[in-house]
Design a protein around this ligand. Sequence first.
Ligand SMILES: Cc1cc2nc3c(=O)[nH]c(=O)nc-3n(C[C@H](O)[C@H](O)[C@H](O)COP(=O)(O)OP(=O)(O)OC[C@H]3O[C@@H](n4cnc5c(N)ncnc54)[C@H](O)[C@@H]3O)c2cc1C
Length: 464
Amino acid sequence: MADTYDLIVLGSGPGGYVAAIRAAQLGLKVAIVERELLGGICLNWGCIPTKALLRTSEIYHYMTHAEAYGLSNEKPGFDLAKVVKRSRGVAGQLNAGVKGLMKKNKITVVEGLGTIAAKGKLIVDKDGKKTELAAKDIIIATGARARDLPFAKADGERIWTYRHAMTPKEMPTKLLVIGSGAIGVEFASFYSDMGAEVTIVEMLDRIVPVEDHEVSEFLTKQLTKQGMKVITKAGVQSLVNTGKGVKAEIKLADGKIETNEYSHAIVAVGIVPNTENIGLEALGVKTTKGHIDTDGQCRTSVPGLWAIGDVTAPPWLAHKASHEGIIAAEAIAGKHPHAMDVRNIPGCTYSRPQIASVGLTEAKAKEAGYEVKVGKFPFIGNGKAIALGEAEGFVKTVFDAKTGELLGAHMIGAEVTELIEGYTVAKQLETTEAELIETVFPHPTLSEMMHESVLSAYGRALHF
Ligand SMILES: Cc1cc2nc3c(=O)[nH]c(=O)nc-3n(C[C@H](O)[C@H](O)[C@H](O)COP(=O)(O)OP(=O)(O)OC[C@H]3O[C@@H](n4cnc5c(N)ncnc54)[C@H](O)[C@@H]3O)c2cc1C
């Protein structure tokens, strides 16, 4: 006999576990199935442990630049094993936290590999022991994994995925980072600040290609100034573990092939959704490029089957997964949640300098037919930034020139990942320049630059 629930959630990342909590809050009897660790990639192998590592490299950077603050700090050093142990400890603490949340919300946790056997029926395999679960509704929240290069599988020795890069046994001396999305750039920053010589290779014409052009340009300048080499319009064609390092052939923009030796390489060329072997093909669930198609309430093409998070369309971010979890749980419970507006999902990259953005870039706004008003304010015009010793960066805002609607905001510089939510709330409330101009910002804060950027779009910047 199958154990019967109102809802089964397959996968316990930030999408799945949040969906389970919201459904339990709404009175549903919920089971969640996980093959590895509660909390998914985000808590265990993604967002959180990388931020723990980046905190270490940030502090180390300040230690090695202590003199600029009037401090003396002779011969700063680090113990890599302890750095990794701290990061794993932080991940472990959050994993335990999710376990506690499942218990508190009376959600049944079923360990093992789940497969959807038929509509409303799921089989969980734990070391050969099979458990059958049944529910009217199933949410697929199986996430994604790192994409390998077709010609070079990550070996964990010299060629790393993010999992290896997060748990290094040795410090790379000369590191090749392939791919310049958020994950690639964050690892580049971490290892560069810890002392490695870093090269970033990107196929497209600029790094962090989803961001505003000016952000990409500024980041390139900053990383180059920090000593990194940034190669764009270039493709790694072969990658060979030589035992002592990695030999890479890189096809440059002019067609020439450059061969270089590195101590290690990190492959950060995107993700592959976990949609295989979970029963989707037999049920006829529709996908696009492997990612499950869903409507605004996270319904798949098969009634009773829902999908959220990285297994669905982009952006592939933890907060997008969680928000979809809430939408799906509420729709299943018979409520009428609003569909998510992807234009209001912020994105953050925790490199040095940090990047944060929401909404349309200037180029995308123009492509969409808007006549735009653009504001820009540099960190050098902000007292708090100068006091922090972080006077490099800018805040850019894009408005619809006709209506004054805030279309997008793009920031690069210290702590911008903590600032972006101000603009996200503004966008969610469909704010125009008028409300933002009238808003009072506390002094001295970095947030004043958000005000100044809006003022600048209307020719009224005060401090620049
Ligand atoms: C290095 C790195 C850094 C990142 N940093 C950030 C960041 O700073 N901010 C941000 O927003 N996002 C970040 N991300 C992305 C973020 O981790 C993902 O967007 C998020 O985890 C997606 O959540 P999810 O619930 O869809 O899936 P996941 O977190 O991938 O969870 C899916 C879960 O399903 C389980 N599962 C899969 N198949 C089965 C099965 N058949 N049976 C049972 N269980 C199964 C998996 O084991 C996994 O635990 C980062 C990712 C990486 C790799």
